[in-house]
Design a protein around this ligand. Structure first.
Ligand code: URA
Length: 210
């Protein structure tokens, strides 16, 4: 891990990612694999949450035991592919609030255009975990983080499945305070903004829209 970049190379995650990449993987398996990986990413991204000792009674004794303290969580999904990561994250973090940011990529400029924005009112008091499987150009991620910061979000982490080196560099330059967690850094972006070798269009693959 270099500063603010957390590359998760756990064999279980890498195995599941291989089958997500394969063009032979069906929509239902793709969705299931993304959910399973997202559960593990939720575990990784919350690794440094603070805890405090609370007093509880077991059936046999009174004891002090650690419980998570500090800021409450807000997951923010960048639509639509981010929704594929939400279920797995919420399996592990069921009390988190959820925000949505709708951005589409203009196919010509590859620049993000916002069409939806809804986050909890108390977002400034929460640790925000932004999810989107594909960090490609980084434009959507940067726009989403700009918007969240304008709305008051302070503590933000970004979690994706795959990153292109170009997107990673752009996001880190624009938001050096935001830690990035990913399971792989691929080779490059092609002329259409797709990650190579990647896995194709994550939204189409998880929703079966192609
Ligand atoms: N979005 C995707 O779904 N796939 C890519 O390769 C790049 C952006």
């Amino acid at each position: 891990m270099t500063r603010n970049l957390n590359l998760i190379s756990h064999p279980l995650i890498q195995h599941k990612l291989t089958y997500m990449r394969s063009e032979e993987t069906t929509t239902d398996n793709f969705r299931r694999l993304l959910r399973e990986i997202s559960q593990m990413l939720a575990y990784e991204v919350t690794r440094d949450l603070p805890t405090e000792l609370v007093t509880i009674k077991t059936p046999l004794a009174t004891t002090k035991s650690p419980a998570i303290s500090g800021k409450k969580l807000c997951l923010v999904s960048i639509l639509r592919a981010g929704n594929g990561m939400l279920d797995g994250m919420l399996d592990v973090l069921p009390a988190a609030r959820v925000g949505h940011i709708g951005l589409y990529r203009d196919p010509e400029t590859l620049e993000p255009v916002e069409y939806y924005f809804k986050v909890p009112e108390d977002i400034s008091e929460r640790l925000v975990i932004v999810v989107d499987p594909m960090l490609a150009t980084g434009n959507s991620a940067i726009a989403a983080l700009n918007r969240l910061k304008e709305t008051g979000a302070g503590a933000i982490k970004y979690v994706c499945l795959l990153a292109a080196p170009e997107g990673l560099a752009a996001l880190r330059a624009a938001h050096p305070d935001v830690s990035i967690t990913t399971t792989a850094i691929d080779d490059y972006l092609n002329d259409h903004g797709y990650i190579i070798p990647g896995l194709g269009d994550a939204g189409d693959r998880m929703f079966g829209t192609k």
